[in-house]
Design a protein around this ligand. Sequence first.
Ligand code: AMP
Ligand code: MG
Length: 337
Amino acid sequence: MNRHGIRAGWVILIVLLTTACSSGPTTERYRMSRLLMGTFVDITVHAPTRDKARRAANAAVAEIERVEDLTSFHRQSGLARVNKSAGSVQPIPVDRELLELISTSIRMAEKTGGAFDPTVGPLSRLWNFSSDEPYLPKKEEVAALLPLVGPQKIEIDIEEGTVRLVKTGMAVDLGAIAKGYALDRSRAVLEEMGIDSALINAGGDILAMGEKEKGVPWKIGVQDPRQRGGILAIVELSDRVIVTSGDYERFFMKDDTRYHHILDPGTGYPSRGVQSASISAKDGVTADALSTAVFVLGPKKGIELIDSLKDSECLIVDAQGKVHMSERGASVFRLER
Ligand code: AMP
Ligand code: MG
């Protein structure tokens, strides 16, 4: 099986058009990169002193590590503990923060008609896209797992602080929302430290805090899904998040068919019809969940969903390479081709 394109590879080439200048005469810039949450995270912080910018960037890294410890699907984490308990008769007590993130995920599943679904976990395990050796399952193997999928099979009691996954073999996968959450948490940490200008790029999921310099927004290049390092559109961002879900992030080819990591919860197979879906939204959780949902919904239903919401815009590249945008999408995404 021929496997290409891990996130840590060319997704990072989403190309930040950030040139090496600071945001004013008294502003210093600090930039660092780390491998976190299975991808390269690139952090740029502006602050009055370089030392303050460095401390803030380190605090953002620590916060992303903390979110990873809470939400990781494969490593030991708060979430892994929940998944281990699947099928138990008794609900298990869960950390409040994780409980709220699971609860938000269930809400997003409802909002997106199940296109985004955190209970795809058993299917994610089967396809194993996050490993170096993903697996092409037999039809029966996929079909056998479908009864374990569905957010209504998570029982959650916010007051008691407990969760129960009702069926043995169920698993919650927060992979389509956790990076967005990590971006939101990083923004909170940076704000607490008095930072008002920063850019965090987590493998193409990007938070722009404030402006790059006074009167100059951050400029982001949206990856062309079929041209490594190529830019499809330019976005000028300030105090917003942009997240892209793409079939080029984790995939393998077999008999001229591309199998990738964004699964249609209804069929258990990689969702067809879209190469990439980019969402601009006010916060990371919304942008991340919606990018996955719109990818699965496809251009027509995806745009209907985005147009029904306030304050989110999308750009979709369909299977033929045609670009579609939400009603006000052109005010956000400036096409380069
Ligand atoms: P993203 O790159 O944000 O679209 O997230 C993709 C990741 O989320 C995958 O690697 C899976 O772990 C998980 N996932 C795949 N399909 C779905 C889906 N339909 N709903 C929710 N999570 C999904
Ligand atoms: Mg997502």
